[in-house]
Design a protein around this ligand. Structure first.
Ligand SMILES: [Zn+2]
Length: 90
């Protein structure tokens, strides 16, 4: 499932919900890997660019490879984002 296209004009990725270690749900572009903490942050272009070696996304959270997974509808509902206009992946 995905929410909107990546706002970066050079990128055509899709922003998808991601579950990080500890269960928090964030939003990540499946192309450039930018992360947004909330849907509102996307409109404000308030993104994080996690990178090696800590993969930090702030607030004590990280997206280190192997510790994250794409979210399922249940995860998105738990995060309180169930009513957003999620779309099916092609
Ligand atoms: Zn992107």
């Amino acid at each position: 499932m995905w929410l909107v296209e990546c706002p970066s004009f050079w990128d055509q990725g899709l922003i998808r919900p991601l579950v990080v270690e500890g269960g928090k749900v964030v939003l990540m572009c499946d192309s450039c890997a930018a992360v947004w903490h909330t849907p509102a942050d996307i409109e404000e272009f308030e993104h994080v660019e996690p990178c090696e070696p800590d993969w930090s996304i702030g607030a004590g959270a990280h997206v280190r490879p192997g510790t994250v997974r794409w979210a399922e509808p249940e995860d998105v509902s738990s995060a309180g984002w169930g009513s957003l206009a999620w779309r099916e992946l092609p």
